[in-house]
Design a binder for this molecule. Sequence first.
Ligand code: PAF
Length: 284
Amino acid sequence: MQIITTKQDLQREVEACKSHGKSIGLVPTMGALHAGHASLVRRAVSENNVCVVSVFVNPTQFNNKEDLALYPRDLQRDAQLLESIGAHYVFAPSPEEMYTAEEMSGTFRFDFGGLDKVMEGKMRPGHFNGVVQVVSRLFYLVRPDRVYFGEKDFQQLAIIRFMVERSELAGTFGDLRIVGCPIVREESGLAMSSRNERLSEEEKATATAIYRTLRESMKWAKTQSVREVEKRVVDTINSVDGLETEYYEIVDKTTLLPTDTFSNAIGCVTVYCGKVRLIDNIQY
Ligand code: PAF
């Protein structure tokens, strides 16, 4: 496995792979890798000749400086894991390598067709501009055949699909396929996340109430309306000491707009466990 830090080296390696007719799978990450990332990388390794993993804590998608500063970073540990599961290249650039000073200050603007007006987009203004800025750059650099994303960040996945299939950028990435992969959970049900590293053992136990409540809500959905279920989920999570729900929205899986029925619906939740912001979702 090779660790690459410059765009030029990355493009040279990609060019060489392509000239030998090799297919390329890309897994974009911000590092602090866990079993959820490992499942994406294993799938990319098994479905492509070459697997590239990017490890880059993207400053332009953070609208909270403290969150960016506290984001866990350990490239050496990440590289060990990636090598052990068969990745071929790790692309770990510095922010200066990725962006000009102007790009870093957030001048990038993208039309999301409304998908960014709800949930994470509403709570974290500019977040998805930063995500699309870095992801589109990675797509241009790597020109992958397949790119792998976890379904935990469901809105991110929907926005990236929109970018590739329906936006003004559609068609500019070749025949690239976006592959959504199921959420990987701890035995306790807690969705795997790099942010879990910032939870104490006690907080980790507390946070298990999030998925427990989402699962319970599947039963409530049999007899109650969408709005009643939303409220009950929020009330139940907030009744647990140490948890505070930011939003719980049941939306249509395709448009991400609020829906009145449980068909094609997904419930997306964001909860603060102490100072750590956790997200999860459940498909009805
Ligand atoms: O999901 C993430 O870890 C990030 O948003 C991504 C897709 C790697 C872009 O920085």
